[in-house]
Design a protein around this ligand. Structure first.
Ligand SMILES: Cc1ncc(COP(=O)(O)O)c(C=O)c1O
Length: 455
């Protein structure tokens, strides 16, 4: 059962099928453009969407809003230093700000960054620094159905090869390990893989940076799945993981359980000073980095709650509950189920919808129309390309739909509603039709795309 009881509630937005039809038509079938109060169960993102605890709100009330050197900063600093062990901690307003500040300070144009999988903003910030972002997921990641426990691992052979063949003219400037691997189905990274990555990085004098957005969820899965870690607490695993790396970027909107916030952690003093100068110019003074004092306090409290075994056990359990119900209605998900999201295999459910008619988007629209559920397409709409005449140029390797699970927000009966809606769709899968693009922007097209039902 949930290890908390509910003190503050918010009504769900209940709508009729006709209202949802009209809303979807109005936004040209782009779910990002819906008003949130047209959505009943919002599984678009687990980022910044969690519920605060009473202790977090109380910590926020004790926030110190001094411009510089606030008590809140020192509380935040002590919590993050204890957890991560890094010598320098800089607050930022969210993960992509950490990426921008760190990469602008660390990377020189023409170099390469390697990763198990770059999250899209991470890739964008590497590219904005004039560098190449290269993904090296382990081969097991390609099998969506297998039960392999650590499909978030980096491919160590490919990493060794890339580090050994790098030249002074085309150097590897950093390795980023994303835990858990959001771009790779939310799969965890093993400590063994992280340790061996750290050894290779040290050998080649390349900094290893943890993209720690879901560090606690990764640590929980390590305690469940990795031999030798069963007797460790998630907090102990997390502490070890941070200390294997040279620094981190953190979107605290995930495992900080706050609505806004993040930080950079670094051991390299010179690099930290460079980051601090940029931070002051673009985010805010180094003791607040774009956040209010109350945000820093709520974040510090969230970071202590997020590694509690009871909290993580329940989060894993509720995800397993939904996964089980979805499998039972005959819809495949990326296996094994993780914690922050479940990824539906829309391509397999809707084989009659070709990639350039976007089966993932078709399923996402149907989830909204039938159940008021908002999800995110992660298939050819997100990763594919078309030419100016609408002919497909590139499609995605898989047609997925991500159901992100906000922290402490929805109960099992909400998720049962999702499973029942999916059951109905699966039984009538033949009736689900595809979509065609009407208008799109050249970059990050999924945010602003306009579509229409395909004939
Ligand atoms: C793995 C990962 N890294 C970085 C980010 C970017 O964080 P933010 O949304 O706080 O900018 C995200 C956001 O979803 C993420 O999942």
């Amino acid at each position: 059962m949930e290890p908390y009881r509910i003190k503050v509630v918010e009504p769900l937005a209940l709508t009729t099928p006709q209202q949802r039809q009209e809303a979807l038509r109005r936004v040209s079938y782009n779910l990002f453009d819906l008003r949130a109060d047209e959505v009943t169960i919002d599984l678009l993102s687990d980022s910044g969407t969690g519920a605060l605890s009473a202790a977090q709100l109380a910590a926020g009330m004790a926030g110190d809003e001094s411009y510089a050197g606030s008590r809140s900063f020192y509380r935040f600093h002590e919590t993050v230093s204890d957890l991560t062990g890094y010598a320098h901690i800089l607050p930022v307003h969210q993960g992509r700000a950490a990426e921008r500040v760190l990469f602008s300070s660390l990377l020189s144009p023409g170099s390469t960054v390697l990763s198990n999988t770059h999250f899209d903003t991470t890739r964008a910030n590497v590219e904005l620094a004039g560098c190449t972002a290269r993904d090296l997921p382990c081969p097991q990641a390609a099998d969506l159905d297998s039960d392999q426990p650590f499909k978030g691992d980096i491919d160590l052979d490919a990493l060794r090869d890339a580090l050994e063949t790098a030249t002074p003219g085309s150097p590897v400037a950093a390795v980023v390990m994303t835990v858990t691997n959001n771009g790779g189905g939310g799969q965890p990274v093993s400590m063994e893989n992280l340790r061996r990555t750290a050894e290779l990085c040290r050998l080649h004098r390349v900094p290893l940076i943890l993209d720690a957005a879901r560090f606690a969820e990764n640590a929980w899965l390590v305690t469940r799945r990795e031999p030798g870690y069963q007797d460790r607490t998630p907090r102990q695993v997390a502490e070890e993981a941070f200390r294997l790396a040279d620094g981190c970027v953190m979107s605290a909107k995930k495992d900080g359980i706050v609505h806004i916030g993040g930080f950079i952690g670094l051991n390299d003093t010179e690099l930290a000073q460079k980051c601090e100068r940029l931070l002051i110019a673009t985010e805010g003074f180094s003791t607040y980095g774009g956040l209010a004092g109350r945000d820093l306090d709520m974040l510090a409290q969230g970071l202590t709650e997020v590694t509690e075994p009871g909290y993580l056990a329940e989060r894993a359990d509720i995800a397993a509950h939904l996964a089980q119900r979805i499998r039972a209605v005959g819809v495949d998900i990326v296996e094994p189920a993780g914690l922050h999201a479940l990824y539906l295999n829309a391509g397999r459910l809707l084989p009659h919808v070709p990639p350039h008619r976007y089966p993932g988007h078709a399923l996402a629209c149907r989830l909204y129309l039938d159940g008021g559920i908002r999800s995110a397409e992660l298939g050819s709409l997100y990763l594919g390309e078309e030419d100016e005449d609408g002919n497909p140029v590139k499609s995605a390797p898989y047609e997925l739909v991500r159901l992100a699970l906000p922290r402490r927000v929805y109960t099992r009966s909400h998720y049962d509603h999702v499973a029942r809606t999916l059951e109905h769709i699966a039984k009538n899968a033949d009736s689900v039709h595809g979509y065609r693009v009407v208008d799109q922007s050249p970059i990050l097209r999924h945010f602003s795309i306009k579509l229409a039902p395909a004939d």
